[in-house]
Each structure stands twice: as structure tokens, then as C-alpha cells.
Design a binder for this molecule. Structure first.
Ligand code: HSE
Length: 317
């Protein structure tokens, strides 16, 4: 193994599905693709600078203080007492904005993770959590870890408390597949959060808790029927579905194609189905994409197992 110090690291930071129907702000899982690539290298100029962003249509700020990847990386560097260390960062956005695929979370995770790797990984993934949540909060103004946690830690993650960042991994059933479909429209997380109800009925809360508990038991026991019975969202979906054309038609199509359950991915407009087996996931993705195509809205399907790895290094120099 080389003893040369690293000069440059490139990471892949994948998309995530937050909420997973009944776990608003507390449950999420990671998928294989799409994802962002972020590069960090040492520089002789002090401080963290973002020198290049591609794939964002010119929308993202180069100012590290305003960019989710920059905010998480700077928070980490301050924590390590290395705020003046010269580092250049490049961000290659390879996932759409306002998509419900955890685009800002992927950048926030990638930013802190790539810098931590460049420095020889002084902190564990888990120790990076507060910095990546701070990066994500810079994008949507809310403090929730249901996208960043599965992106950083991989797999399915439950956040017992967002305030305390008490986060745990949940077992992934071996034959669990996800069909995620992104219709080409934009839903801003901020807007999707504003239309959430401020108060919910006691019966609604009771039923949602039952479903969340059932879903977790289903994951622990690889009980696909229980996963299907539990995958219902009585809180966000009834309000947010109106931001997604033909949502209920897409849901019926996914269930008719054999999906265990179907709901909105994060704040939307992407939607997801959980399925037993790859064939069912491919059928569900095709059926949902067909519904959007008839609107007509261009729809991109992503079929994947739950990705157990999360963010990872793809090149070092
Ligand atoms: N849990 C968040 C929400 C995810 O639904 O608003 C959005 O990134």
C-alpha cells in the first residue's frame, strides 16, 4: 500500500427515498442511482473553495457558505480546527433538483464525506451526521436526517430523534427491491412542507404509528406481506399528492403490477414502490412511467435493491 499522502479524492453520493410512506421525517433508504460525484483536492490557497459545479444549469452557488456541500464540509473543517486548510472542491450534479430523490442531501453528505476522506478519515461516518444535517438544513431550512442518514450510512435508517440525531440501521430483507420513478416536474421541499397539516387527528396518529411499527417489523422479519400492509401514509400523501399529476392512477398501476405498496418519495414529485423481487419492481416501474408518459410527463425509472453502502470513494490520487 502506498504511503504517499492523498492529493485528491472523488466520491459517489447516492439518491435516497425519505419518509417511506409512514415514517415522515424519520425513515429513509438508499438506492444505487442516480447520485452526485464530488471531488476534493488540497490547494495552496487557504480555506475551502468550490471551483467547479457541473450539471446544475448554473443554479447552485459557488460560494461555499451558501452551498450545501460547502456548508457541511466547512462545518466539519471548523470542528477539526482546520478551517484555514486549503481545499478545492468540484461538484458534479447528476441528479435532478426538487425531485424527491434527496439531491441536496446527496451533496451535503458528499461534501463532508469527501473532505473527511481527503484528511485520512479522522471521523467515522456516524460522527459526520451533525455536519451533513447542517448542510441539508442550509438547502431546505428544516432539520431532518431522513435523506442524509441513509445516504451517509447506507441501507434503511430510522431516526428515533432528529434533534438528538439518534439514528439506527434497520435490516434489509434480502429480496426487497425499490421501483422509483421521477416525473420531470419540480416540487420544492419548502412548498411541500408548507402544505403539510399542522394538526392531525388522534386516530390518524394511532394508525400511522401502527403502520410504522408494522413496516419496521416487516423489515426485521423479511415479512413482505406485512411490509405491504404497513406501507400507507395517512399524513403527508393525502396533502402532497395534488402536486403530482395522476398520483392515484400511478399508485393503482404500481399495485396492479404487483408492488407491495406505493407512495411519494420524500417531498415528491418522485414516487416509489417497494416490491418483492426484481421482476415485480421492473413491472411496477414500467407501469408507473407509462401513467406519467400519458399525461404527458417525461418519467425516469430507477430500479434498485436497497443500497447497503451509501456514499463511497470511487477514486483516490
Ligand atoms: N422528510 C422530508 C419531507 C424529506 O418529506 O419533507 C424531504 O427532503
Amino acid at each position: 500500500m502506498s504511503t504517499q499522502p492523498l492529493k485528491e479524492v472523488r466520491v459517489f453520493s447516492p439518491a435516497t427515498v425519505a419518509n417511506v410512506a409512514c415514517g415522515f421525517d424519520v425513515l429513509g433508504f438508499c438506492i444505487d442511482a442516480p447520485g452526485d460525484e464530488i471531488v476534493a483536492r488540497f490547494s495552496s490557497q487557504p480555506g475551502l473553495r468550490i471551483t467547479k459545479i457541473t450539471g446544475d444549469g448554473g443554479r447552485l452557488p459557488l460560494d461555499a457558505k451558501l452551498n450545501t456541500a460547502g456548508v457541511s464540509a466547512q462545518a466539519l473543517l471548523r470542528h477539526l480546527g482546520k478551517a484555514d486548510l486549503g481545499i478545492e472542491m468540484e461538484i458534479h450534479k447528476k441528479m435532478p433538483f426538487g425531485s424527491g430523490l434527496g439531491s441536496s442531501a446527496a451533496s451535503a453528505v458528499g461534501g463532508a464525506f469527501v473532505v473527511n476522506e481527503l484528511l485520512g478519515a479522522p471521523l467515522s461516518r456516524r460522527q459526520l451526521l451533525p455536519f451533513v444535517v447542517a448542510g441539508e438544513a442550509a438547502a431546505d431550512g428544516a432539520w431532518h436526517a431522513d435523506n442524509v442518514a441513509p445516504c451517509l450510512l447506507g441501507g434503511i435508517t430510522l431516526i428515533r430523534s432528529n434533534a438528538e440525531l439518534d439514528v439506527m440501521n434497520v435490516p434489509i430483507p434480502e429480496n426487497l427491491w425499490a421501483a422509483v420513478v421521477h416525473p420531470d416536474i419540480v416540487v420544492l421541499t419548502k412548498v411541500a412542507r408548507e402544505i403539510m397539516p399542522r394538526h392531525i387527528q388522534l386516530e390518524t396518529s394511532t394508525q400511522q404509528s401502527g403502520n410504522l411499527g408494522g413496516l419496521l417489523c416487516g423489515f426485521f422479519q423479511s415479512d413482505y406481506a406485512l411490509i405491504g400492509r404497513s406501507l400507507h401514509d395517512l399524513i403527508a400523501e393525502p396533502h402532497r399528492q395534488r402536486l403530482i399529476p395522476e398520483f392515484y392512477r400511478a399508485k393503482r398501476a404500481a399495485l396492479a403490477a404487483g408492488a407491495l405498496g406505493f407512495s411519494i418519495s420524500g417531498a415528491g414529485p418522485s414516487v416509489f414502490a417497494l416490491c418483492e423481487g426484481e421482476a415485480a419492481a421492473r413491472r411496477a416501474a414500467a407501469a408507473v412511467a407509462e401513467v406519467f408518459a400519458a399525461v404527458p410527463i417525461l418519467a425516469t425509472p430507477y430500479v434498485s435493491r436497497v443500497n447497503p453502502k451509501g456514499v463511497h470513494v470511487i477514486a483516490r490520487a
